[in-house]
Design a protein around this ligand. Structure first.
Ligand code: ADP
Length: 707
């Protein structure tokens, strides 16, 4: 509503007055239009506004949020302690401003007498001769506050004057509302900006300690005067991760304070309580009792708290997946009047995001650890199999894949019995230990895998959430072990047999009661000689095998005549040829060779001995010399037992015998062929076998011919 001015019938002076008022009102309007903050609005009203209204003093009060009182925000021109007396008064007080706030109607009191009549309690108060106008600051029927204007004299409020003041009040209300909206929008914008920046920080790095420190710094001074972040340690203790304040000295001081007054996990308020309960704590205004409770009798602390000037606090939990990881605290002190619901909501939001960030980063670290472990396990030579509680395969490394012939993809997520049907019989032998109990002791057990028997050394650890097994394929070691123990059996038998014969012969010769014929005595002496020789041979073989293993055999390579050698071997064999065996040498294709004669003799003696030994039903034994492609071939062929094809390579292994139980009554150490092949190879030659079971065997030594 603009005042309607009827210029007709007015004096020039009155016209000038009106123009002047209009001018002043115009100036207020301009100032108010430019006012952005509530403070600027108040300033404009209390300077230009008062001038326009020709008032001497003025005061602005706003209705409090609960609608129960009026709070004086600013005044100008009053003398004396107005704020102390009227700073805050209830809506139902018997005062002009309360009255206007209650009725929503303006009040124009033209004299002091009129005032006293309406508000008898004010009798004797205030200054002389003042008219007052109290106007509601209302917008769309909503009362924001009240403005009081005091004039230095009694005054008649003409309709025109009233309209002018009402206009002023209306404009003031609009400007106030605008500035409020502006402030709210600014705050919202700041909050949004803060949440955006904080989120960006939190997602920028997995080093959550660093990012949380930055978030704390970001909050100060925009959101609060202080920001602190505390984390729960592994042992449940509370550790301060960050404190931020604009003044670095104060940060230092806060840390010192923390040391002097470490947080008690049983504190009924603050960080400890928030972490314990997982519930946020919000004090828009700090209750005096709470501070008193905190301070107790500690005078030092009282001074500190006074100096801090705490006004409001927000403490919100940082949590994720139902676990409280820490707490974020905001404190309003010197520059922030307090916190409102929006601040609280914002803190909850930031804490929520921080909690997720901390959780993510910890999960990532765990996952990385796990991934490192998994990467490492992939290279471990032992098979590593991890089963969950229900027996499903959760980890299956490449060694396990190789050992069991089942790929990782095929194994993962399946029940282990479905992957390895014989698993049960394996795991029944393993005594599971718990982590930290004792070292898992491996047991060596057979495991049938895809029709083959593996020997595995296996151990297992039960770690609560599942079981991890370590498996090593010891099939080869087991085989060696087996042949070794077979050897002990055969060797002791082999040694005992000639010993028994020698012992028997000696005892017989020495018998006093028995007169032996000379020929008998000669026979016994022959037995003693032959058996001693056999004994020496076995012991020799054991010694030579040991030397070969230790790489301690010396070779003297020289040109030698294989014919001479073969005939020599055949001659000594012929001395005690068993019945039914014939032996001859075919020397047609012979050529001189490069070898160590004694070693080659040893080889031939052994091959010929075997040929005779493994022909229990008799037959021909032939030593055949030949040459081809720069090599000299020495073949030893028989018509004896022969060797199954599956065993043809294994007979060259140390201690390996086809018939360790000696069912055919043929003894041996299992070392002969091992020694032969090793010796021949060290003389740059080869030793191979061709054979058919039941039809005999042909062993061929190939050696380079001498140049
Ligand atoms: P051993 O002392 O048992 O004879 P060797 O190393 O000389 O040990 O031979 C290993 C195994 O090879 C023998 O146990 C035997 O089963 C087989 N073998 C060796 N030579 C012959 C052969 N000429 N005929 C059949 N089998 C043989």
């Amino acid at each position: 509503m603009t005042p309607s001015v009827n210029t007709e019938g007015l004096s020039l002076e009155a016209l000038a007055d009106a123009a002047d008022r209009a001018n002043r009102l115009q100036r207020v309007t301009e100032r108010l239009a430019g006012a952005l903050t509530p403070q600027q609005v108040l300033d404009a009203i209390l300077t230009e506004g008062l001038r326009a209204a020709e008032a001497r003093a003025g005061a602005i009060g706003l209705v409090t949020e609960d609608g129960q009182a009026i709070e004086l925000l600013a005044q100008s021109g009053y003398r004396g302690p107005v704020f102390e007396e009227y700073g805050h008064f209830p809506l139902d007080a018997d005062l002009p401003m309360s009255h206007v706030a209650r009725t929503g109607e303006p009040l124009f009191l033209e004299s002091r007498a009129e005032r006293n009549e309406l508000f008898p309690s004010l009798e004797g108060k205030g200054e002389d001769g003042n008219a007052i106008a109290v106007l509601p600051l209302a917008l769309d029927g909503r009362l924001l506050g009240v403005i009081a204007l005091s004039f230095g004299e009694n005054m008649v409020f003409s309709e025109e004057r009233r309209q002018m003041k009402m206009t002023l009040a209306h404009q003031a209300a609009q400007a106030l509302e605008r500035s409020r909206l502006y402030a709210a929008e600014q705050a919202a914008r700041q909050r949004l900006a803060f949440v955006a920046e904080a989120s960006e920080l939190l997602s920028s790095s997995l080093d959550y300690e660093q990012t949380l420190k930055q978030v704390a710094r970001l909050a100060v001074p925009r959101l609060a005067d202080w920001c602190a972040i505390d984390m729960v340690g592994e042992d449940g203790s509370i550790k301060r991760l960050a404190v931020a304040h604009q003044d670095p000295d104060k940060v230092q001081w806060a840390y010192e304070l923390q040391e002097r007054y470490p947080p008690d996990p049983d504190d009924p308020h603050g960080v400890a309580e928030v972490i314990r309960s997982g519930q946020p704590e919000f004090f828009p205004e700090l209750p005096e009792e709470l501070l008193e409770e905190l301070i107790g009798d500690d005078e030092d602390l009282r001074r500190i708290v006074d100096e801090l000037g705490l006004r409001a606090t927000i403490c919100v939990p940082l949590s994720a997946r139902g676990r409280t990881l820490g707490a974020l605290t905001l404190i309003a002190a010197e520059t922030h009047a307090g916190f409102d619901q929006a601040d609280f909501d914002l803190s909850l939001e930031v804490a929520r995001r921080a909690g997720i960030a901390v959780d993510n980063s910890r999960l990532f670290q765990e996952a990385e650890k796990g991934a490192n472990a998994a990467r490492a396990l992939a290279h471990v030579a032992d098979g590593v199999v991890l089963l969950d509680r229900a027996g499903f395969v959760r980890h299956w490394n490449s060694a396990a894949s190789l050992m069991m012939g089942v790929s990782e993809e095929e194994a993962l997520g399946r029940r282990v019995e479905a992957v390895v049907p014989a698993w049960d019989s394996l795991s029944s032998h393993i005594r599971l230990v718990r982590p930290g109990e004792e070292l898992a002791r491996p047991v060596t057990v057979p495991l049938m895998v895809q029709g083959h028997e593996l020997w595995v050394s296996a151990s297992g650890v039960d770690f609560g959430e599942g079981t991890v097994y370590a498996l090593r394929d010891v099939t080869d070691e087991h085989a060696v072990e087996k042949t070794r123990s077979d050897f002990v059996a055969t060797a002791s038998h082999e040694l005992r047999t000639p010993l028994a014969a020698i012992y028997g012969a000696v005892r017989t010769i020495r018998r006093e009661d028995l007169e032996l014929a000379e020929t008998d005595e000669a026979t016994f002496l022959e037995i003693i000689e032959a058996e001693s020789l056999r004994l020496a041979q076995i012991v020799d073989q054991i010694l030579v095998a040991g030397q070969i293993d230790a790489d301690a055999v010396d070779f003297e390579l020289e040109t030698c005549d294989p014919v001479e050698l073969a005939e020599g071997v055949a001659e000594s064999a012929a001395l005690h040829l068993p019945h039914g065996i014939s032996l001859h040498v075919d020397k047609e294709g012979a050529r001189p060779i490069l070898c160590d004669v004694n070693k080659l003799r040893q080889v031939l003696v052994n091959l010929v001995d075997n040929a005779i030994k493994y022909s229990p039903d008799g037959g021909d034994v032939e030593i055949k010399l030949d040459s081809a492609n720069g090599e000299c071939l020495i073949e030893v062929a028989d018509e004896g037992l022969g060797i199954p094809s599956s065993e043809r390579e294994r007979i060259f292994e140390k201690f390996y015998r086809l018939d360790p139980q000696q069912t055919r009554g043929v003894g041996g150490s299992g070392l002969g062929l091992y020694i032969c092949r090793e010796l021949v190879e060290r003389m740059n030659g080869r030793l191979d076998v061709e054979s058919e079971p039941g039809e005999g065997s042909r062993f061929t030594v190939r050696l380079p011919v001498s140049a």
